[in-house]
Unconditional design. Sequence first.
Length: 242
Amino acid sequence: MEVISPIERIFKDKKKGYFVLIDPVKRIDFEKILKNVNSAFVDGIFIGGSDRKIKGFDRFILSVKKKTKKPIFIFPGSHYQISNRADFLLLLFLLNTRKLDYIIGEHIDGAENLYKSSLKIIPTSYILCMENRKTSVAKRVPINFIKDMKTFLNYIYLSEISNFKTVYLEAGSGSDKTVPLKFIKSAKKILSKPLLVGGGIKDGKTALSILESGADFIITGNSIEKDPDKIFEFSEVVKIFQ
């Protein structure tokens, strides 16, 4: 029987969802985060980081699996971040970069392991909608910064006509701004597939504006690292759309 991801199920039911993002290399209160994830309205956990190689990546995912029944998605920073301990993997195709590694190179390097894995693979159009060059991804990957709506829409058109299962709009880890709401609204009018939005979501009010603009899912990382109780604030917002 084919495994249906929570992303597919929630989108099909015309509801909205919430995922938390955990970076294994960061010194944060993992126990508190997982405790809150288990208690709150959270649809799953994204695990991954900007470091290419994460020591003990497989063991980390196993340790998380032992403490939660929430589905685990790998949000890979490189082809080294693959583990059968997880349930799903977002195969990220970073569209607006000049570096081929993140368009196809990393994918080729990890192809055999992915093919032989038990992971449910979710091909994902990944578009960085950032202005801040100080975000973690912008520091190591050359980005074609999106400066106008026409350029942005071309990426969305490509995402729609290609065989991607989801589209992820990212403001960047550590960003002080979210994906522009006008981008989210415009993308939603075109896309017939799930729209995920992350980066710069600091509070419930911001989360609400993003969801009302058309995002199907929000992903929070930095904000819940600093204050794990923010998980409850975000989850209460998502409940409004059930």
